[in-house]
Write a protein that binds this ligand. Structure first.
Ligand code: ATP
Length: 251
């Protein structure tokens, strides 16, 4: 197995009496394209926030590129090469697409000109080149999702944490985005995505972790986890796997 770029060991986090993430241990191999799935409220976004430093774990350790980064601030993690996107996309609406992407590029490029030039290269990778001079406010939902991806990519990540970059897109837009994510990974960026769109998970992810009520309940290939009884029950409720089997059984 390839060396782990990101490793979580027994990570937990509560909000008051609610244990949002419980004792999660996982390793994301360098170069992989993997997914984190689970029902609403399972703790996926909280886990991303813990990985990237937006939240501190109550227990457990997090390592990135061989270094213990537990509790380290997001900015320092981004400098080390870990960048996340956000579910709710909030571009600077009156700024152009180019200027928005340049914000990400400024992490590594101090010069305004260099950041704006880099923004153009990144825009090409995510299919936003024709829209570079538009205000971000003029983009469609699909365009804004690409912009969120571009801003993250412009930081030069080794690991990209994508939080539902396909949410709200129609099937054609999803089909158009799948190769964009695949190409980013093929270009050497390790990708971990939170995704509800199973078509994308099945198409893209080599490995899937399933979170339910804060705990990892299954992992494997997309095919393996979607056949797993614990996963079916987590999504459809107790007894669902047996009901499905009964429906499939010949009369
Ligand atoms: N800052 C917070 N304060 C209190 N409770 C929180 C906070 N953030 C998340 N939670 C709770 O923690 C649990 C996990 O939430 P989280 O957003 O991580 O789930 P999720 O799997 O990302 O869900 P979804 O798929 O709906 O985005 C939920 O019960 C949520 O209400």
């Amino acid at each position: 197995m390839a060396k782990a770029l990101l490793a979580l060991d027994g990570v937990s986090r509560s909000f008051g009496g609610l244990q949002a993430v419980r004792d999660v241990t996982l390793e994301v191999p360098a170069g992989s394209l993997a997914a984190l799935i689970g029902p609403n409220g399972a703790g996926k976004t909280t886990l991303f926030a813990l990985m990237s430093g937006f939240l501190k774990p109550d227990r457990g350790r997090i390592r990135f590129a061989g270094e213990d980064i537990t509790g380290r601030e997001p900015h320092r993690n981004a400098l080390a090469g870990m960048t996340r996107t956000f579910q709710i996309v909030q571009p600077f609406a009156q700024q152009t697409v180019r200027q928005n992407i340049a914000v990400g590029a400024h992490l590594r490029l101090a010069s305004r000109r260099a950041a704006l030039e880099h923004a153009e290269i990144v825009a090409q990778r995510v299919g936003l080149a024709p829209h570079l001079d538009k205000p971000a406010a003029d983009l469609t939902v699909a365009g804004r999702k690409r912009l969120e991806l571009a801003r993250a990519l412009a930081t030069g990540p080794r690991l990209l944490l994508l939080d539902e970059v396909l949410a709200g897109l129609n099937p054609t837009e999803i089909a158009d985005m799948i190769p964009v994510v695949r190409d980013i990974n093929a270009g050497g960026v390790t990708v971990l995505m939170i995704e509800h769109v199973m078509q994308a998970v099945m198409n893209l992810a080599g490995h899937v972790w399933v979170l339910a009520q804060g705990q990892l309940i299954a992992q494997g290939t997309p095919g393996e986890v979607t056949r797993d009884e614990r996963v079916i029950e987590a999504y459809l409720g107790h007894g669902a796997a047996a009901r499905l089997r009964a429906q499939e059984a010949p009369a």
